[in-house]
Design a binder for this molecule. Structure first.
Ligand SMILES: [Zn+2]
Length: 214
C-alpha cells in the first residue's frame, strides 16, 4: 500500500481546507470480499467517500470537492469519519430521490448491519425494522443492468429470507468472479441460509474495488 502526496480540498459548506492522502497502490491479494460487497483487508484502511468536514462538521462527499485555493497546510484539517448514527440521519436528506449518494449511504448501512454476522459460525439473522426497511429500499434503487448490482439484489433478497425471489437476479448471464459469487449465493438460497459469507474466489481479485476516492 502506498500513499501519494497530501492534497488539499475545499469544504463545499464552509470553504475550509481538508487534507487528503490519496492511496496510490493497494495490494488486493490480502483482501476478503464478502457477499454484501464489503471488502475487508488488514492492509487497506477503509476509504470512505462520505465524511465530515473537520472545520464545520457538515457532511462532505470527498470525490466532489474542489481543490483548495489556499494551499495552506497550517489551516488544513483532517476530515472526520461519519458514524452509523450520522449515516442514518443523512437518509432524511438523501433518502427520497434515487441517487448515487443514496445508494452509497444505504449500501454502507446494510454492510454495517451485517458486521455482527461476519463470522464462520452460523447464527440466526434478525433485522431491526429500520435495517429491513433500508434493505428493501436499497433493493428498489439497484440497477439491474449492472452485474454487480444484480448480485447485491440477490444477496439482499436472500438475507431478507425471500428465497423464492432471490434466484431471479442471478438468472441473466454473469461472468468471471461475478459468476463464481452467484453460484455461492445460489447454494445458500437452496439451503435457506440468510447469513452474510466470505466469497471464495478462484480467479484474480484484481477487479475488487478498493473504494479509492481520489
Ligand atoms: Zn466545512
Amino acid at each position: 500500500m502506498k500513499y501519494g502526496k497530501e492534497i488539499y480540498k475545499e469544504c463545499n459548506h464552509c470553504g475550509g481546507s481538508l487534507t487528503l492522502r490519496p492511496l496510490l497502490e493497494v495490494n488486493a491479494r490480502t483482501a476478503t470480499l464478502w457477499s454484501d460487497g464489503y471488502v475487508d483487508s488488514p492492509m487497506v484502511p477503509q476509504q470512505s467517500l462520505l465524511v465530515k468536514c473537520g472545520h464545520c462538521k457538515a457532511e462532505v462527499w470527498l470525490p466532489e470537492l474542489k481543490a483548495s485555493v489556499l494551499e495552506c497546510e497550517d489551516q488544513a484539517m483532517e476530515y472526520l469519519s461519519l458514524d452509523e448514527d450520522g449515516l442514518w440521519s443523512l437518509l432524511d436528506e438523501y433518502g427520497q430521490q434515487p441517487s448515487e449518494h443514496q445508494l452509497y449511504i444505504r449500501l454502507n448501512l446494510w454492510q454495517l448491519a451485517n458486521h455482527k454476522y461476519r463470522r464462520e459460525k452460523p447464527i440466526p439473522v434478525e433485522w431491526s425494522t429500520r435495517e429491513r426497511t433500508n434493505m428493501k429500499d436499497l433493493l428498489s434503487i439497484l440497477d439491474m443492468n449492472s452485474a454487480q448490482e444484480r448480485l447485491l439484489a440477490a444477496e439482499l433478497l436472500r438475507q431478507l429470507g425471500d428465497f423464492d425471489s432471490a434466484e431471479g437476479p442471478l438468472l441473466a448471464p454473469l461472468e468471471g468472479s461475478a459468476f463464481e459469487v452467484s453460484k455461492q449465493i445460489s447454494q445458500r438460497i437452496k439451503h435457506k441460509q440468510q447469513q452474510v459469507f466470505k466469497c471464495q474466489l478462484q480467479s484474480s481479485t484484481n477487479d475488487l474495488e478498493t473504494g479509492n476516492c481520489c
